[in-house]
Design a protein around this ligand. Sequence first.
Ligand code: F6P
Length: 767
Amino acid sequence: MRVTVRLLAALWLAELLIIGAFTVAQVTEERARLHDDLERRASLLAEGLKEAVEPSVRRGSPAAVARVLRKFGRPDRRIAVYDAFAGLIATAPVPAAGRPASTAQGAAPARPAPPTPPEVAEAITSEGVRKGLRTADGQTTYVYATALPGSDRPLGAVVVELDASYLEAAEWAVWRYNILRFLALALGLGVITLLVVQLTVTKPMAELAEWAKQLRAGRPARVPAIGDASLFGPIATEVSGLARNLYRARAAAEQEAALRLRGEAIWTEERLKQFAQSQFGGQPLYVVSNREPLSHVWRGGKVLALMPASGVVSAIDPVMRACGGVWIGHGSGDADRETADEHGRLGLPPEDPRYSLRRVWLTEQEEAGYYYGFANEGLWPLCHVVHARPLFRPTDWAAYRDVNAKFAEALLEEMEGSEAPMVLIQDYHFALLPALVKAQRPDARVAIFWHIPWANFEAFGICPWHEEILLGMLGADLIGFHTQSHCNNFLESAERALEARIDWEHFTVVRGRHVTAVKPFPISVAPTFVEDPPTTSRAELCARLGVNAEFLGVGVERVDYTKGLPERFLALQRFFELHPEYRERLVFVQLGAPSRSRIPRYQELAAQVEATVEAVNRAVGTRGWKPILYLPAHHDRHDIWPFYRHADFCMVTSLHDGMNLVAKEYVSVRDDGDGVLILSRFTGAARELRDDALLVNPYDVDATARAILDAVEMPVEERRARMRRMHQHVREHNVYRWAGLLLGELARIPVEPGVRRPVGGPADVLA
Ligand code: F6P
């Protein structure tokens, strides 16, 4: 309140000074204008009369002078003629109100003559003009006295006195007007200031204080939105950071205590943090992935931060939050440059930085060849058994090599000064990176985790550059896949394509003095899908979607041909054909994040998905009910949470998938112990959840339709028992455990000591 008063006082004082200064200027100007007007009128009259009375004065005829003056008498002025000794000769008679001065009867009764103004004598003496304002007896007049010229000395003088009392009235009117203006403005400013202070200071501060109080009391609360970041941004960020750290530390301690009490040995963020400290003693962890954990894009003139729909991002972000370090990724957002420093770096998460993101910039050509071309039209269909023909263009391969070298440069730059760094490379975009890094930093411990399947050698061997890919990957000390069968396929490929010794007992590849371990590490999700889940109820969700359904199914995918979307929709159609009693009672909501949409195969798929949804809705839908609600857009994790939480079943029908984290996300959100997971047997997740998910072959439309029926008709006890077991499994086999096992394995691998001075860059290694 005191701040508001001070602010108001300052504003009012400023207003007072400004309006005061303006008023003084206005009054001065007005006074000058009126003064000029008086002078002009008085001089016209006096100078005009001079000629008229001069002969009569010369003749010494006061009566004649009086006759001339008779016509000029008016109540607001006095005109008089004086002789050479300033003696009054005659004055113009002042008429009674409403009568002309020229009629003798109209003249007011004679009044005693006023004293001669000093200007008369002065004008005669100086033989010129004397003029100015005079105040006598409380009355202000304007006096204009002009000498009547004679042959050697003046004959006398003509004097005109005009009433100037209205000058003060006019000045006072200006003051009065500006005082009113000041008061009105002060009132307006007061109201606006109070409102602004209330909305931008008092309210946010009160919310921030309440939020901090809640956190202090150990209750999780969502960070209040701070409207004016430029005003409160820095302090709000600091306070939020402190409070968040406090809350996190408290939650971690409570969680650890609770786990200890229950005798559970679950991996948590805190445990991974401690583990990382013990394993690599505060050295930062270096992660490289194509997809960056947060991209910034322009939307409607504003910069928006988006967490991409990517399994790599969902899995690695919690690990980086726990371990800290540097994540190198492609800066693909159109506002990425504006939101990073000149080296492409920024702290993440933005509100409470715990690791750093280094963005690598690619040209359109590089992105087209490396990402869209070789990675996604070559390796992606090569590794997924979905009968999509891989395309191998030499230009794409060249771009892939160049971009791998570019990322290697960035990584080496980031690692400068760090001894025996731990490097975790992600996915099929960077098959060449391990060898590039190892060649220049043999002291680094390098792992590459392949998030997609690895095909058998018959399939893999069709890639014209399969040897280079294998050699690039074998530069790593550790290669991770989701499943043992992917490891076996890789080892078999290395055995058949290269001169290398495969140790099938220890699952290693030995080439010269270098040993690469190849091991399965089934990836997972963090136990908490979002830290502060929304409070949306099922009824609210349905109302928002405009659906009225007894059963709700959900699918959450990038629109990708490996995900089996058309197959899923055909299974839904079959279900409604076989079980029409479920029509108008069940709605399936498909969230589809647009993906790789520059690739023709993905464009075809997007059209095919839309057409299939339409065809199914037409075939089995009714007037007021559509069985499938397709929402193609990028969906934020907060938006996805209510779908997972309230869906009676979730469908994951990938035709082939390395792991599929949607299955695990759905299960992890269901700590209410309800919901059914329909899961393709061709996913890595199916190996872990095979006992309790309803496993399907997505190519078998009838069988998938039967699984939908089983999902909606499953007895509640069985449903809950299955979900509880799956939930527990995912909770225990979470991403912190995945990272702990992988990093633990990597930390145990002996590496060459010392840093090798690079003779050239990564490009030379590839040459
Ligand atoms: O499945 C492997 C993966 O890299 C996942 O992380 C992610 O879901 C997807 O492929 C990557 O998609 P994008 O091409 O959009 O990065």
